[in-house]
Design a protein around this ligand. Structure first.
Ligand code: PEP
Ligand code: MG
Length: 840
């Protein structure tokens, strides 16, 4: 038993009264709070000072039994960066109960902090607190509580991550730019990150707080586009945890951008004036189709309320969830990127802590696993519906989908993976769940019409990805449509024709044929090599992060991969990928590309892309520290493993290597030397092509020299813009101004383009600016001959380039270089060539 005495005098209160969910929710452990009346913090027990950060706003002591006690002075005091605090001991010092640890100036801290309420928390696990002091006045040195260890344990530290808790506290506020706010997919990405890091991450918005591990809790924050979101991490590697959450938001943004070029499921209200034989609905996916009604009815799965005992029901629920998980994981990669992401979100729901805790509460109250799971899901749906945000309400479908999967698994049935459909089927239903759509044969399905439904629901996103016209909100009258009845679905006009005349049918047939021919022509055009109007060859490649992306990219007309962000393949791991694992990943992407070039970028880790299995030192300015090739050269064995895997991809020659974050020639030569050595070991015949990324101003300005050490250059405009304009690429306030069309960035791209021209070597752009239609003529004018973009942008990009003349682009670029801001560049281009965006 360990006695903990008050480290401060003041007013003792339960932890719930601390205005911080991390402490109030006992995420760091159990304890008490003190609202202090003095500025001296003394040791709560005998022990060793384990952590005392430079900001001296917190301290943790490890008792001789190995129990860790954290004292956190005030709330948000880490932001004071030490102002008002003075450490009287240092990490490693041995102290006696009552010894002075920290002094602080009550006034300074009170002015700078959100609250003075200080938490005294036992961060070790496997302990129980007893003889807890009641709320009221407390003097320094009075008994606060006693700690009893639950199970006998050795004197070793009880919980390693908790030892860092005081040192780790980090928060960041971002403006959410996602068009649909924090809906299920971004929430799932955030939750996945939060579960995989050592720190406790919480999110706060609109005065509500959510545990970032729970998708349901994140969605219940009701965060919309433009809202501020506070991301806060406490504990082990808190800064990395916050950076990870930011990455997840960025990734969600990238996914959203990728989806934007897929027919956007923007709801369009139909003209509600109907003619006889017509029903009106809302267009969720545009298009036109002719087919026969195929009804699917969903049956409510029956559940018994009473359980057969807590242990039995909990085991049943775990077993059912495990079965569903296995099944979903098996089908996750069987479709395109949209399906992959939606199933990933469903997997997160399956393991959601809020849902599972609620289900366990119902089981403890005597209910069956099925009843408990359904009740937990319905409770979350009610919470989403109460937010009054239609987009979040639509996420209820996903929850219902996961509910049905688990209930069927509990009943010993699997969800059928393939539902029969007649040819030319128009699916007619009240509602449709994502898994119901993916279970249908997309080749037989020509359209969907729903009585209810949501325009931004996942099922609409899936239908858009499958290019199936979809109408929603047709109303109860749709129920009168009989199975097999001939239907014309004019989703563009929001109309269902259920009693077409012979003349209308003939017209519909010719409309369908004409549309099919047009679509085939667009596909064929995108599949062709890209040339400008005057015949200059411009390669249009895709930026990839997975094999699913690769398949979608090729189908959409990608001529190769201009940037494989290899770090994405191996982010969520505890250990470094082996050579064989990497080879398998690269080979499957090369196979999906079917012999097209694969530009494989060496892992770009460090800075904003931390890896758990590669601990890097804390840096004051990570963006200016160990990143890209700098990290690779510091960890030669990691680099050699990756390069060996890349060099073994068959057939030899499809892989070209790309070095990230190059600053000078020495870095290129160092990598080249390793490649040559490995090529010798592997007895390779040819020489692998090697490129350097131009993403630092230093590399851009010396491009004419660097180019002689490589075979090609590729401009990373995202980083080049950040480093040229001295604006963090992830800074929400500066987002509008971090514009690659700033003439300073254009001058640096011009330097690379000119170097390429002079040396007769290719210069590409693989940063985000390559997909910006305003930038495209300038980039071609600056000598760029390869653009690598998100796969969805490819057809539009090819069409735009086919209408440009290089000589005119040169003249335009020349004029842009002499301007004074990105805005001036944008207006000049838009005046000169019109807004290509209008033609989308
Ligand atoms: C870039 O910086 O433009 C780039 C393509 O690399 P990343 O976005 O992966 O840093
Ligand atoms: Mg970069």
């Amino acid at each position: 038993m360990l006695k903990i005495i008050a480290p401060l005098g003041g007013w003792c209160a339960p932890l719930e009264e601390v205005p911080d969910p991390v402490f109030a929710g006992r995420m760091l452990g159990d304890g008490l709070a003190i609202d202090p009346t003095g500025g001296i913090v003394s040791a709560p027990c005998d022990g060793e000072v384990v952590t005392l950060p430079a900001s001296a706003h917190a301290v943790s002591i490890r008792s001789p039994q190995g129990i860790d006690v954290l004292i956190h002075i005030g709330i948000d005091t880490v932001q004071l960066a030490g102002r008002g605090f003075e450490a009287r001991v240092k990490a490693g010092d041995r102290v006696k109960a009552g010894d002075e640890l920290i002094r602080f100036d009550l006034d300074t801290v009170a002015r700078g902090a959100k609250s003075l309420m200080s938490a005294i928390v036992v961060t070790s696990e496997g302990v129980t607190l007893q003889k807890r002091r009641a709320a009221g006045a407390v003097g320094a040195g009075d008994l606060l509580f006693e700690v009893v260890v639950d199970t006998p344990r050795q004197a070793a530290p009880l919980s390693a991550p908790a030892a860092d808790a005081a040192a780790g506290e980090c928060q960041r506020t971002v403006m959410v730019t996602l068009r649909q706010g924090l809906h299920a997919r971004p929430a799932a990405l955030l939750a996945r990150r939060a579960k995989s890091c050592g720190a406790q991450i919480s999110l706060a918005a609109h005065g509500r707080t959510a545990d970032a591990r729970s998708v349901v809790a994140i969605m219940a924050l009701g965060v919309r586009q433009g809202d501020e979101l506070l991301v806060r991490a406490v504990g082990h590697e808190a800064a990395q945890a916050v950076a990870g959450a930011m990455d997840a938001l960025e990734e969600a943004q990238r996914m959203e951008t990728a989806h934007e070029s897929v027919p956007a499921p923007e709801p369009r209200l139909a003209d509600r004036v109907q003619r006889p034989g017509e029903l009106a609905g809302v267009c969720a996916v545009p298009g036109f189709a002719l087919g026969r009604a195929a009804r699917i009815e969903r049956r409510e799965i029956e559940v018994t309320e009473q359980g057969l005992g807590g242990e039995h029901e909990r085991t049943e629920l775990d077993r059912a969830r495990a079965n569903v998980r296995l099944r979903l994981e098996r089908v996750r990669n069987a479709g395109g990127a949209a399906r992959h992401e939606i199933i990933a979100a469903h997997l997160e729901f399956l393991d959601d802590p809020t849902l599972n805790e609620a289900a366990h509460e119902f089981i403890s109250a005597g209910k069956s696993a099925a009843y408990a799971w359904r009740s937990a899901i319905r409770r979350s749906i009610a919470a989403l519906e109460s937010l009054g945000d239609s987009r979040l309400r639509e996420r209820a479908d996903d929850l219902l989908d996961v509910e049905a999967h688990v209930l069927l698994a509990l009943a010993g049935e699997a969800r059928p993976m393939h539902l029969p459909l007649p040819e030319q089927a128009v699916l007619v239903a009240d509602d449709l769940l994502p898994s119901e759509l993916t279970a249908l044969d997309g080749r037989r399905l020509v359209a969907i019409a729903l009585s209810g439904g949501g325009a931004t629901s996942h099922v609409a996103i899936l239908a858009a990805a499958m290019e199936i016209p979809m109408l929603i909100g047709v109303g109860a009258a749709l129920r009168d449509v009989a199975d097999g009845q001939t239907l014309i679905i004019d989703a563009d006009q929001g109309k269902v024709h259920f009693a077409p005349t012979a003349e209308e049918l003939a017209k519909a047939r010719s409309t369908v044929d004409a549309r099919l021919a047009r679509r085939a022509a667009l596909r064929a055009a995108a599949a062709k090599e890209c040339h400008s109007l005057d015949g200059t060859r411009i390669e249009i490649f895709a930026n990839l992060g997975s094999v699913t992306d690769a398949m979608a990219a090729v189908a959409g007309g990608a001529e190769g991969c201009g940037l494989l962000r290899t770090e994405f393949l191996f982010l969520d791991r505890e250990t470094a990928p082996t050579e064989e694992e990497q080879l398998q990943a690269y080979q499957s992407i090369a196979n999906a590309l079917g012999g097209r070039p694969l530009i494989l970028r060496m892992m770009d880790v460090g800075g904003d892309k931390p890896l758990r299995y590669l601990p890097l030192p804390e840096e004051a300015n990570p963006a200016l520290g160990l990143r890209g090739v700098r990290t690779a050269l510091l960890h030669p064995s990691l680099m050699r493993t990756q390069l060996r895997a890349a060099l073994r991809v068959q057939p030899f020659g499809v892989v070209r290597l790309l070095i990230p974050m190059v600053t000078d020639r020495w870095e290129i030569l160092a990598v080249r030397a390793v490649i040559d050595e490995l090529a010798g070991e592997l007895k390779l015949e040819g020489r692998v092509a090697l490129g350097a990324m131009i993403e630092t101003p230093g590399a851009a300005l010396t491009a004419a020299v660097l180019i002689h050490a490589v075979d090609f250059l590729s401009v990373g405009s995202n980083d080049l813009t950040q480093y040229t304009l001295a604006m963090d690429r992830g800074h929400s306030e500066l987002a509008r101004r971090t514009d690659a069309l700033h003439p300073a960035v254009l001058q640096l791209i011009a330097s690379a383009g000119t170097a390429g021209d002079a040396a007769g070597k290719l210069v590409a752009v693989c940063g985000g600016v390559a997909a910006d239609h305003t930038a495209v003529p300038i980039l071609l004018g600056l000598g760029i001959r390869e653009l690598s973009v998100v796969p969805a942008a490819i057809p539009q990009l090819k069409r735009q380039i086919g209408r440009l003349r290089i000589e005119e682009c040169r003249e335009l670029a020349r004029r842009c270089l002499s301007l004074g801001s990105a805005n001036e560049v944008r207006s000049l281009v838009e005046k000169a060539v019109g807004d290509e965006g209008d033609q989308r």
